[in-house]
Design a protein around this ligand. Sequence first.
Ligand code: S6P
Ligand code: ZN
Length: 192
Amino acid sequence: MTTYSSLPVPPMSIRFDPAGGTLQPEGPTLTRRMSDLEGLFRDHAAWEQAVADGDPVVYSVVSSRVPEVERELPQSITTIQPGSTAGELWMTKGHQHPNHQGEIYLGISGHGGLLMFNGTETEWVDMTPGTIGYMPPGWAHRSINVGDEPYSFLAVYPGGAGHDYGWVLEHGMGRRVLAGETGVEFVDYSAD
Ligand code: S6P
Ligand code: ZN
């Protein structure tokens, strides 16, 4: 017989509202301000200035009530605001799943990108409404808003995957994503 370390949640219906970027019934919501993204932007002084200039909300993550525990499949909607700091487009912190498990994102609204890095190679998936971005196990991932309006996507991931943010601080993400004259521009992560 199957044993669980914590009780599984019952079968349920979760209402997905693409216009509002919400899940009902709603679970925890996380708000990431500029000050939460320390050490991630290329231009540290510009990041400090943005924190001093009102510390804007960069993104929020609303979750359903499915918990982050082994064998469950939690979901969340991330909404990244449009913007850039010293030319670097606003983005999520990015993380590695320490247990190396896969994940999918579904583009809901706006225009974004999914940057993946496995420590050696980088991959980029252009994300528009209807695109499913697949992250194989072992690929750290970060989302970037490359448009002029909020970018939202649905994430579905193994509840026991865990989130290692230190991995990105240590290894970077391979590339940075900048607002170029004619669109998105990629530069090497360590370039000034
Ligand atoms: C979870 C999934 C997303 C992110 C969210 C915020 O595995 O990848 O729900 O948590 O997009 O990004 P971050 O890097 O701040 O967790
Ligand atoms: Zn993830």
